[in-house]
Each structure stands twice: as structure tokens, then as C-alpha cells.
Design a protein around this ligand. Structure first.
Ligand code: FE2
Length: 272
């Protein structure tokens, strides 16, 4: 199967490149499944139902979130009816929505997707390792699904690497999100799981992790909050990771994707 995971959509410029490019990429690369992290899609903070529907319309099969899941309060309600939208699975019991799901592709394959959130330098949610273990026990790859994608939304590289090696051989892809800068360590781990510590954001890289530069710099200089953070609205770079899996759901090819905007461009050559 051909899987594409796209990193954190940041505001209007991130949404624009998805609407413009994703339908073409789906056709050109003959993608079986596309997952997008959308937790910064609404002005940098959360996601609305309209934006979620737009991402699905553009070609996302599933949308994941993170620490900004409920910044737009309507998400507390519509997440219950939007089964392709996931918030971290290790939120406490009783949190609206779900953290894992199985989505069927057009060809009839089943893809398991799970959103996890780290606990280092972040809100202290439940243990992501125990949550992952529990969820995967209920949907083992090769039995309940043909491929499995894990979005590990976390600040610390060590925690992302630990989750990846913990799940190596049991899922197709563990990909890090949240830090908004792509790392250069995309690889296939020893037991066959594709991994990248952070996939990067889909937004304007002439920014401080996607936001207009002035206010963040001012806060570093003065330590006093002034105006709101606003998304930078220059041309976005679409950042993602491309993975091809075998009949067991394990990765056989992996490559970074960086299209448009300011970053050096990268495409999966194995898909032509
Ligand atoms: Fe985040």
C-alpha cells in the first residue's frame, strides 16, 4: 500500500496548499491512504468542522490532532460525529471523541490509525505506552487491519523514538508531529516500522514554527505577552512522509515529502 502522512496544517496557507495539491498528489502517486495532522488548521489553534470536512474533501482519509484538539470549542461536539477525526487516545476516560479508528480504503483495505500524545514538556495525559499497547491488542496488524499509522504528537525526540522502537514491527509507521520542523532521520526500523521523529508542519517556514515572527521574538525579549500569535500567511511547504508497505503491513520504502514554499524540495522518487 502507498501511505502518505502530512504534518501539522498551519492556518490558511497550510490549508491552501492542501486544497491545491493533495488531490493531484493522490492521483499522481496513486495513494491508498492519506492521514493529516490538523490540530493547528484553524488559525493555528484547533480545528473546526468546516475545516475538517475540507481536509477530507481534498483527500484526507483521516485527520489527527494533539494538544490543541479542543481549542475550537465546537470540536468537543462535532468530534463525536466525525469518525475520521482523532484526538490523542491517552486523554483521560470521558474525553469526547476517539483516539483510534480503522478506516477502509477505496480498494477495501483496512487502515488502523492512532493518535498518541507525549508527556514530556506537555500536559500530563495518561501513559501513551500503555494506551498504545491496549489499542493495538484490539486491532493487531495482519488480523484486524492491513496497515497501521501512529501519530506520536510530542515535544521530546527521546519519547518519540521510544514509542517507535516500542511499536517496531507491530505497525507500518510511527511519525512524530507537534514540533513543526522536519527531521532528517526517516528510516525503516529493524523490525519493519517506518519512522521519522518529526514530519514538520505544512505552513509558512518564514515564521517561528508557523507563527508571524514579531510577537514570539518580542516575548523572548521582554517576557511580557502582547498581542495574539497569528499564523504566518506566506506560501506553505507541504511536509509529509511517504511510505510503501508490503503484504504484512510493514514498510519497504520510506521518503520525506517537502513541496512548495521555502524548504528544500523532496519527493518520493520510487513513486515516479
Ligand atoms: Fe501540538
Amino acid at each position: 500500500m502507498r501511505l502518505l502522512f502530512i504534518g501539522d496544517i498551519l492556518g490558511r496557507s497550510g490549508r491552501a496548499i492542501i486544497a491545491g495539491e493533495l488531490p493531484k498528489l493522490r492521483a499522481r502517486w496513486r495513494l491508498d491512504f492519506v492521514c493529516i495532522n490538523g490540530e493547528n488548521a484553524a488559525g493555528g489553534f484547533g480545528i473546526t468542522e468546516g475545516i475538517c470536512n475540507d481536509l477530507i474533501e481534498a483527500g484526507a482519509d483521516c485527520v489527527t490532532l494533539g494538544n490543541h484538539s479542543f481549542d475550537q470549542r465546537e470540536a468537543l461536539v462535532f468530534i463525536e460525529r466525525q469518525h475520521r477525526l482523532l484526538r490523542p487516545v491517552n486523554y483521560p476516560p470521558g474525553t469526547p471523541g476517539r483516539g483510534a479508528t480503522v478506516v477502509q480504503t477505496a480498494a477495501g483495505a483496512n487502515v488502523f490509525v492512532m493518535n498518541l500524545m507525549g508527556r514530556i514538556f506537555m500536559d500530563a495525559l495518561d501513559d501513551p505506552f500503555a494506551a498504545a499497547e491496549r489499542e493495538l491488542a484490539g486491532a493487531p496488524m495482519g488480523v484486524a487491519c492491513d496497515a497501521a499509522i501512529i501519530d506520536m504528537h510530542a515535544e521530546a525526540s527521546s519519547e518519540k523514538q521510544a514509542i517507535a522502537h516500542f511499536l517496531d514491527g507491530r505497525v507500518s509507521l510511527v511519525v512524530g508531529t507537534h514540533t513543526h520542523v522536519p527531521t532528517a532521520d526517516h528510516q525503516i526500523l529493524p523490525q519493519g516500522t517506518a519512522y521519522m521523529t518529526d514530519v514538520g508542519m505544512t505552513g509558512d517556514y518564514d515564521s517561528i514554527i508557523g507563527m508571524d515572527k514579531e510577537e514570539p521574538i518580542r516575548r523572548f525579549l521582554t517576557k511580557v505577552p502582547g498581542s495574539r500569535f497569528e499564523p504566518a500567511n506566506g506560501a506553505a511547504t507541504l511536509c509529509g512522509i511517504a511510505v510503501e508497505t508490503n503484504g504484512k503491513g510493514l514498510a519497504v520504502k520510506v521518503a520525506p515529502v517537502r513541496l512548495g514554499g521555502r524548504l528544500a524540495q523532496a519527493e518520493p522518487e520510487f513513486w515516479g
